[in-house]
Write a new protein. Structure first.
Length: 214
């Protein structure tokens, strides 16, 4: 016969800390989206100015500018959606929804993978630039100018955000796996075994004078 464990009356500090980390990551994602859109105009201008000295045609420059703008806007949209998702997980964690904890673990796994891939791409661009054939010389020249068109602090900030993102997801996943968090999220579960309750004893019949007691 087993009895359900008593649930904690107060929210554990590890759950509150995990929620705070998620909210901090959501704010960072929003800031990344805003800053990326803010520097887009100057980046395009710097790229066009540098591209005039290459062998690329005006059409090739315009095509790459369109691709650059689309990539920045897409990254901003993804960052905003990610921020909304991270912020939306917080209330469910604070009230102890076990399903939200599982969803948070899934998001942390995907986010950690995305952060590692982003960091790998940034490192690869700096250490092993893309090499194209001689017939695509103009494209190679333009692609080499893209990273230089961004502000000097942009690449380090992106690398730092990728590392911070990965560490943040790892911290959140670890905090939600601690015993205190298990007790908090397990308080909504119904016990697997209901304690045995013996039936009440039948009441004795009232005694009447002149009757023999059994």
């Amino acid at each position: 016969m087993s009895y359900p464990q008593s649930a904690p009356a107060r929210r554990p500090a590890v759950v509150a800390l995990a929620t705070a980390v998620l909210l901090l990551m959501a704010v960072a994602a929003l800031a990344y989206a805003v800053v990326g859109l803010a520097v887009l105009g100057d980046t395009v201008d710097a790229f066009r100015a540098a591209a005039r000295d290459t062998s690329a045609s005006r059409e090739q420059i315009d095509d790459l500018v369109t691709l650059l703008r689309a990539s920045v806007v897409l990254a901003a949209v993804v960052a905003v959606l990610g921020a909304v998702l991270l912020a939306g997980l917080g209330p469910g964690l604070l009230i102890g929804r076990s399903g939200v904890r599982v969803a948070t673990w899934v998001v942390c796994g995907i986010g950690l993978l995305a952060g590692c891939c982003s960091l790998a791409v940034l490192v690869g661009e700096r250490t092993a630039p893309l090499r194209l054939g001689a017939d695509e010389r103009a494209t190679a020249e333009l692609l080499g100018l893209v990273s230089d068109a961004y502000p000097s602090w942009w690449i380090p900030v992106n690398a730092g955000l990728s590392v911070g993102q990965g560490l943040g997801y790892l911290v959140v996943a670890t905090l939600l796996a601690l015993p205190a968090a298990n007790a908090w999220f397990g308080r909504h579960r119904s016990p697997s075994t209901v304690p045995y309750q013996p039936p009440p004893a039948p009441a004795a019949p009232p005694f009447r004078p002149g009757e023999d007691r059994p």
